[in-house]
Design a protein around this ligand. Structure first.
Ligand code: B12
Length: 229
């Protein structure tokens, strides 16, 4: 399944009319552009919105609601995986514009933080937003990417001596993977601080698996780091 998704992603990126003129309707919103997978429009609109909106407002009020909406449509069988992928690609492109234009990484002076989406899970949009913000606040993020085995996360934590790990999981089926990763880290590095996030997660589950902090959104990860690292 993972290979199939990677394959479809490649095909969509190559074949999508992303570099052709798209919607000339000036009334389209960024949220609509993400829902429809109009990459060029989304990039242009994100850049325009930056004139009078904060980066986090753009992400929270336009990009995330669009992904929530297409997630619901996907669940109801109203859209299929290729459309979901296209919207995901479009949201990533809009985030990239926000990152380059408004959130340049500060030179890292603060603590190291290891960041990963857990094994079996390839959702990384949320994790990448967390990375963007932490770097913007001066943290050195060691981003291991997505679908990362617990052993790799432990190895990087030990090698880098990072005091904190951030884990993301977006599916009920990958929550056990997060649990396994937390247990392995706590066993081998008792002092480690672990923050966790992702749409399916709850504060209760985070506590149950022994994570130190549950972050509902990316900004909370910064608040946690600022007062605990
Ligand atoms: C985009 C998307 C995809 C994209 C992912 C692209 C990418 N590069 O990430 C693609 C198309 C590849 C995809 C694939 C699949 N998906 Co999908 N996907 C989504 C969708 C629509 C949006 C997720 C998202 O990015 N949200 C926006 C981000 C910003 O939100 P977020 O991750 O929650 O992050 C915020 C916070 O949670 C927090 N946070 C997140 N992580 C972390 C980490 C730390 C350390 C901290 C501090 C904070 C933090 O900060 C973030 C910013 O504020 C969701 C639906 C939804 N509404 O969630 C479904 C959804 C998650 N997918 C789902 C499914 C089932 C799949 C597939 C299995 C589909 C399939 N049949 O193949 C595959 C998964 C394959 C795999 N093994 O992982 C289901 C999961 C159901 C469940 N409850 O388990 C959902 C809920 C859709 C649905 N309703 O059915 N998906």
């Amino acid at each position: 399944m993972l290979e199939y998704i990677e394959y479809i992603t490649r095909k969509i990126t190559e074949e999508a009319p992303a570099n052709k003129p798209q919607n000339n309707d000036s009334q389209i919103t960024l949220r609509q552009a993400v829902e429809k997978g109009l990459k060029n429009d989304a990039e242009r609109l994100a850049e325009n919105l930056l004139i009078d909106m904060s980066p986090m407002d753009i992400i929270n009020k336009e990009i995330i609601p669009a992904l929530d909406e297409i997630g619901k449509k996907y669940e109801k069988g109203q859209i299929y995986l290729p459309q979901l992928l296209l919207s995901a690609e479009t949201s990533a492109a809009a985030c990239e514009i926000i990152k380059t234009k408004a959130l340049s990484a500060a030179s890292p002076k603060k603590a190291k933080i290891v960041l990963a989406t857990v094994k079996g899970d390839i959702h990384d949009i949320g994790k990448n937003i967390v990375k963007m913000l932490l770097e913007n606040y001066g943290y050195e993020v060691l981003d291991l990417g997505k679908d990362v085995p617990p052993e790799t996360i432990l190895e990087t934590t030990l090698r880098s001596n990072a005091p904190c790990v951030g884990l993301s999981a977006l599916m009920t089926t990958t929550l056990p993977s997060m649990k396994e990763t937390v247990a392995l880290l706590k066993k081998n590095v008792p002092s480690i601080k672990i923050m966790v996030g992702g749409a399916v997660l709850t504060k209760e589950y985070a506590e149950e698996i022994g994570a130190d902090f549950y972050a509902e959104d990316a900004m909370e990860s910064v608040r946690y780091a600022e007062s605990n690292l």
